[in-house]
Design a protein around this ligand. Structure first.
Ligand code: PMP
Ligand code: GLU
Length: 402
């Protein structure tokens, strides 16, 4: 007799570590604890006023009904213009799909395409949801470790070594969550050379952090750097991070028509499409004034400099300077095997995460959740004051380890 209400396939996955850690931090704050929260993978700014106003205006105009599953014509056209303007990518309207966040784009793409046993190459460190969505769909994530020495980036050699006859997808994420690593045009061309030789491999590029890029680097997406791959690349993006719109739940993608059609079919039997007023807001985000994108980017770059400096001033932590996104991924191997003032041994980065929360009320994520240990992940989408206070507490806690 079956005892669990959950389907067997659900036992292959776990809850999103980032969402769980954020929920715990919120609970502790609600219970009155002074938590410094470095878990949140979302901008701490409000959505710009003109974007919220566009949603309100749309509601008043009566845009409160179902939209086409793949998104309103107006939003899909705004997305086409965005891809052409920012990325030099041209898509027809029927090559564009809107969904409830980039997360649902990824979910729909994998669910619509992965067969039992198909392999999906996921470079590690990876965003927590990629391997689990593959597993839920009966696929096999093939984790390729990208070391700190290699800047946490996939090399052409490692990619070549991971491809088999069963490879269905490669998932690329630049700038990366959790490392902030950014692939240059030359690096993409290098990976492209390998991918051109393996015509059965599809590529999903998660460009959600496109606009959060520092040090004057150029942003390039794979389908633009290697046009020969356009016909098997799904280019994913969204408004969550660039426009502080995580709660509006709008992500989108451009890709080959048969793939977009399959995702559209799946969504017609699941969500029925994204919210109408959120789509109006996303259209305004893409077509309206863009000054918020640059001002928030500058704010994040300043916070990045601060957090990297403070973490590297702690004896034993080693933190690379991320070129994009709003995460740092410091290495913390020096603390493994040490004991807390209460005599508890720190064996893993998970132990270190729990110790920081208990001892000094600093909430972070463990590298284990992202596929490369021993590391911690800290989001610097919080104020400079909280970054200073949090790093001060982390230093106190780490210096107390023996
Ligand atoms: N990809 C990456 C790498 C992310 O960090 C996130 C953030 N949650 C997403 C996709 C999903 O973003 P959203 O669903 O809010 O568009
Ligand atoms: N992507 C964000 C993060 O990594 C939001 C949480 C999630 O969707 O997992 O923290």
């Amino acid at each position: 007799m079956k005892l669990s209400i959950e389907a067997t396939r659900m036992t292959r996955i776990k809850p999103s570590a980032s969402i769980a850690a954020k929920a715990l931090a919120n609970e502790l704050v609600a219970a009155g604890h002074d938590i410094v929260d470095f878990t949140a993978g979302e901008p701490d700014f409000d959505t710009p006023e003109h974007i919220s106003a566009a949603a309100y205006e749309a509601a008043k105009r009566g845009e409160t009904r179902y939209t086409p599953t793949s998104g309103t014509v107006a939003l899909r056209d705004a997305i086409r213009a965005k891809f052409a303007r920012d990325n030099g990518l041209n898509y027809d309207r029927n090559q564009i799909l809107v969904a409830n966040g980039a997360k649902q784009v990824i979910y729909s793409a994998l669910t619509a395409t992965v067969e039992e046993g198909d392999e999906v190459i996921v470079p590690a460190p990876y965003w927590v949801s990629y391997p689990d969505i593959v597993l839920l769909n009966g696929g096999a994530p093939v984790i390729v470790t990208c070391s700190q020495e290699a800047g946490f980036k996939l090399t052409p050699e490692a990619l070549e070594g991971a491809i088999t006859a069963k490879t269905k997808w490669l998932i690329l994420n630049s700038p990366s969550n959790p490392t902030g690593a950014v692939y240059s045009r030359e690096e993409l061309i290098g990976l492209g050379e390998v991918l051109k030789r393996h015509s059965h491999v599809w590529i999903m590029t998660d460009d959600i952090y496109e606009h959060l890029i520092y040090d004057g680097l150029e942003y390039v997406t794979l389908a633009a750097a290697v046009p020969q791959l356009y016909d098997r690349t799904l280019t994913i993006n969204g408004v969550s991070k660039a426009y502080a719109m995580t709660g509006w739940r709008i992500g989108y993608a451009g890709g080959p028509r048969p793939l977009i059609a399959a995702m559209d079919k799946l969504m017609s039997q699941s969500t029925g499409g994204a919210g109408s007023v959120s789509q109006a807001a996303a259209r305004e985000a893409l077509e309206g004034p863009q000054d918020f994108v640059e001002s928030s980017r500058q704010a994040f770059e300043g916070r990045r400099d601060l957090i990297v400096k403070l973490l590297n001033s702690i004896n034993g932590t080693r933190c690379l300077t991320p070129n994009g996104a709003f995460y740092v991924y410091p290495e913390c191997g020096a603390f493994m095997g040490k004991s807390t003032p209460h005599g508890k041994r720190i064996e893993t980065d998970k132990d270190l995460q729990l110790y920081l929360l208990e001892a000094v009320k600093v909430a972070v994520l463990d590298g284990g959740a992202y596929g490369l240990s021993p590391h911690l992940r800290l989001s610097f989408a919080t104020s400079s004051q909280r970054i200073e206070e949090g790093c001060r507490r982390i230093a106190v806690a780490l210096e107390a380890l023996r």
